[in-house]
Design a protein around this ligand. Structure first.
Ligand SMILES: [Fe+2]
Ligand SMILES: [Fe+2]
Length: 365
C-alpha cells in the first residue's frame, strides 16, 4: 500500500493530496480501523505464495512497498474446488519474440476523412480529461504537437500515477472489443449472414485487455472512489460504444485505433522512465511479476521484471492498434478479417503490431 506518507516521498504534497482526493480515498474498512492514512493501495506483491520458486512469504515488507505484504488482500483468489486443478486462459496468448517486442514503437495515423478527424479530436478530449483527473502536471506531459509519438517530458510520473493510469486505461480498453464482437454476433444472427471472422478477434482483444487489468489489479488494490470512477466510466463508455458502433463501426474502429496509439505511447513512456532510473520500486530486484501474468504470457524465468511485463503489454496494445486501424479501412459488411485468414500462395498473414497506421484495404485483401 502506498500511504500518503509514501506519496509525499513519491510526489509533491499537493499532487499527493490531489491524487488521494481524485482517485484514491481507498481504504478498506479493515485497514481504516487499523488507523492507516488514506492512500493508493500499491503493493507490488503479487502472487508470491503462488510461486514455488519464490521463498518469500506473506508477512514480510518489500523494499518497493510501504505496505506489509500481509495487509494486501488477494481480492480475486482462484476458487478452490474438489476436482479442478486449474483453469487456464480460454484464449492462450500467442507469445512474442524479444525482437518483436523491441520493434514496437509509438506511431500515429494522420486523420484523412472527417470521420477520422472526429475520432482523433474526441480521443484528444478523452486524453485531456484523463490527464486532468489524474493530476498530471504540464511538466510531466510530452510535446503537444506530437502527443502519441513524443516521449520526452521534463518530469517523470510516479509509480502511483502510472498505476492509476494503467488501471483506468485497462478498465475501459476491454469494452470496445466486447461491444463490437457482441453487435457483430447479433447482426449475424438476425440477418442470417456470416461474419467473416471478425467476432473472434474482437472478443479476444477484450479478453486480452481484461488480462492486462487483472495483472495490474494484483499489484494495486483500488479503493471505493477508484471503483466508483471505473463503474461510472464503464456505464457511460459501454453505452456510448454501443451507440457509436451501431451508427458507424468504421469511425469506432478508428477511435479504438487512436485509443491504442495512446496505450502504446503510455507504456513506451513508462519503459523509458524505468530505463532512465525514475521508477526505482519497479526496478527493484525484489519485484515479482504476478503469477497470472507469468502464466498468461509464458514469461521466461529470467524475464519477469516490471519492464518485461510492460514490454509484453505494449506489444499487445500495438496489435490492437494495427488491428483496429486496419478494420476501420475495410468494408464492414463484406470483407473478411485478414488477421485470421489463410492467404493464397503461402503468403504470411499481416502482422498488426508492426504496422502502427494499420494496413490499407488493398494491402491485405
Ligand atoms: Fe491493455
Ligand atoms: Fe489495447
Amino acid at each position: 500500500m502506498l500511504s500518503t506518507t509514501a506519496q509525499a516521498r513519491l510526489c509533491s504534497p499537493k499532487q499527493a493530496a490531489r491524487l488521494s482526493r481524485v482517485i484514491a480515498p481507498l481504504l478498506t474498512t479493515s485497514t481504516s480501523t487499523l488507523g492507516h492514512p488514506v492512500g493508493i493501495h500499491l503493493a507490488f506483491i503479487p502472487a508470491v505464495s503462488q510461486h514455488p520458486h519464490h521463498n518469500q512469504s506473506y508477512g514480510s515488507t518489500r523494499a518497493f512497498s510501504t505496505t506489509p505484504v500481509n495487509r494486501m488482500r488477494d481480492f480475486f483468489p482462484a476458487k478452490e474446488t474438489e476436482n479442478i486443478r486449474e483453469t487456464p486462459p480460454a484464449w492462450p496468448h500467442h507469445g512474442y519474440t524479444e525482437a518483436e517486442m523491441l520493434a514496437v514503437v509509438p506511431a500515429h495515423r494522420k486523420p484523412t476523412t472527417w470521420g477520422d478527424v472526429f475520432a482523433w479530436k474526441f480521443m484528444r478530449f478523452c486524453r485531456w480529461g484523463m490527464d486532468f483527473c489524474t493530476g498530471m502536471k504540464n511538466d510531466q506531459k510530452v510535446d503537444k504537437s506530437n502527443p502519441t509519438t513524443a516521449t520526452h517530458s521534463i518530469k517523470p510520473l510516479t509509480e502511483s500515477q502510472w498505476m492509476i493510469r494503467f488501471l483506468f486505461l485497462e478498465s475501459i480498453a476491454g469494452v470496445p472489443g466486447m461491444v463490437a464482437g457482441m453487435l457483430r454476433h447479433l447482426h449475424s444472427l438476425r440477418r442470417l449472414k456470416r461474419d467473416n471472422g471478425w467476432i473472434e478477434t474482437l472478443l479476444e482483444e477484450s479478453y486480452n485487455e481484461r488480462m492486462h487489468l487483472l495483472t495490474f489489479m494484483k499489484m494495486c488494490e483500488p479503493g471505493w472512489f477508484m471503483k466508483l470512477m471505473i463503474l461510472g466510466a464503464q456505464g457511460v463508455y459501454f453505452n456510448g460504444m454501443v451507440l457509436s458502433y451501431l451508427i458507424s463501426p468504421k469511425i469506432t474502429h478508428r477511435f479504438v485505433g487512436y485509443l491504442e496509439e495512446e496505450a502504446v505511447h503510455t507504456y513506451t513512456m513508462a519503459i523509458k522512465q524505468i530505463d532512465d532510473g525514475h521508477l526505482p520500486k519497479w526496478s527493484s530486484p525484489d519485484f515479482v511479476v504476478p503469477d497470472i501474468a507469468v502464466k498468461y504470457w509464458h514469461m521466461p524465468e529470467d524475464k519477469r521484471t516490471m519492464r518485461d511485463l510492460i514490454m509484453y503489454i505494449r506489444a499487445d496494445e500495438a496489435c490492437h492498434r494495427g488491428v483496429n486501424h486496419t478494420l476501420s479501412n475495410l468494408d464492414q459488411k463484406e470483407d473478411p478479417n485478414p488477421f485470421v485468414s489463410d492467404y493464397k500462395g503461402g503468403r504470411a498473414p499481416p502482422r498488426p503490431a508492426l504496422k502502427g497506421q494499420g494496413y490499407e484495404r488493398t494491402e491485405v485483401l
